[in-house]
Every structure is written in structure tokens, then in C-alpha cells.
Design a protein around this ligand. Structure first.
Ligand SMILES: Nc1c(NC[C@H](O)[C@H](O)[C@H](O)CO)[nH]c(=O)[nH]c1=O
Ligand SMILES: CC(=O)[C@@H](O)COP(=O)(O)O
Length: 158
């Protein structure tokens, strides 16, 4: 099912683990700030709605999606959160740079999940147009940040 077949913001709090005591980190890319701030808002509001206090939510920024892997790695080393959400927005331009940034971000975050024990959630939009990104960061398809927050809570409880 493609994103167009579901709303990224829908979740059932009854299906969630006990979030008491959890601490969730968010590493946010500054590229396409309109989109990444909307994704962060969706994730933050969902975490609060699911019972986390503001002081249990940690945010760091990185320049772009390519740097998400290092930012998540460094946050895990220094802060030991229960899970980390990597937030980015990659929008296709004129060259193949899009492909390399997307592949590096996905592979780096996957590798973090394989090589250490804090779950890292992939909240990186990879869109052909700004409209596609807007539709998935609080628009007609919901907010991938909300989806990522739910994934982070579930993974932190494993
Ligand atoms: N074009 C986009 C980028 N490019 C920047 C890279 O992520 C990286 O910061 C740079 O290559 C220096 O290492 N990043 C995004 O997140 N989104 C884009 O659309
Ligand atoms: C994803 C990118 O790096 C891209 O936005 C850069 O644009 P361009 O390929 O036109 O240099």
C-alpha cells in the first residue's frame, strides 16, 4: 500500500507500550527546513500526546540528511536515549545528488540499527517535488513525523 492509501498520522494509543520513563531523541536536518520542522512538530506533538514529558524529548540539529547518521551516532554515545528519530527531507534536484544523499542516509541509519542497541527510526522524506513533501509532513497524507514517533515508542519498548 502506498502512502496515498493510508494516513501517516493515524495511531491507536491503546496499542502502545507504557511510555513511562522513556527518553526519545530527535536528530533534525536543516535542509528543507519548512518540511523538517513540520516533521519535527508532528513527532513532538505525538510523543507528548502519548505521555512523554517535554524534558524526556531531546533535539539536536544537523546540516543535512547525509549528516543524520553521525548525529544519531553521537547522540546515542553521549545521551543514551531509548530510541532516536532521524528527521530529514530530500527533494530531487537537477542532478543525481538526490540518489546519493538518499542512499547514504538510508544505509547509514540501517547500519546504526545493526551495529548498536538503540533503535534509530527512519523519518526521511525522499520526494520528487516540494508538494509531495508537504503532503507527507502535515498535509493530505498526514505527517510522517507522527508515524515515526509511534515507531520509536514501539521499538524503545522491545
Ligand atoms: N539536497 C539536499 C541535501 N543535501 C546536503 C547533504 O545532505 C549534506 O548536508 C551535504 O552533502 C554535506 O555533507 N540534504 C538534504 O537533507 N536534503 C536535500 O534535498
Ligand atoms: C538532493 C539534493 O542534493 C539536490 O536537492 C541538490 O540539487 P541539484 O541536484 O540540482 O544540485
Amino acid at each position: 500500500m502506498a502512502t496515498s492509501g493510508k494516513n501517516l498520522s493515524h495511531y491507536d494509543k491503546e496499542q502502545l507500550p507504557d511510555t513511562g520513563g522513556m527518553r526519545i531523541g530527535l536528530v533534525v536536518s536543516e535542509w528543507n527546513e519548512e518540511i523538517t520542522e513540520a516533521l519535527f512538530k508532528g513527532a513532538y506533538e505525538t510523543l507528548i500526546d502519548c505521555g512523554l514529558a517535554d524534558d524526556r524529548i531531546l533535539r539536536w540539529n544537523v546540516p543535512g540528511s547525509f549528516e543524520l547518521t553521525f548525529g544519531c551516532k553521537r547522540m546515542i554515545e553521549r545521551e543514551r536515549p531509548d530510541a532516536v528519530i532521524a528527521i530529514g527531507s530530500v527533494i530531487r534536484g537537477e542532478t543525481s545528488h538526490f540518489d546519493f544523499v538518499c542512499q547514504a542516509a538510508a544505509a547509514g541509519i540501517k547500519d546504526l540499527n545493526v551495529r548498536q542497541d538503540v533503535p534509530v527510526v527512519f523519518c526521511v522524506l525522499t520526494d520528487d517535488t516540494i508538494q509531495q513533501a508537504r503532503d507527507r509532513s502535515g498535509g493530505r497524507h498526514g505527517n510522517k513525523g507522527a508515524e515515526a514517533a509511534i515507531a520509536a515508542l514501539k521499538m524503545a519498548a522491545l
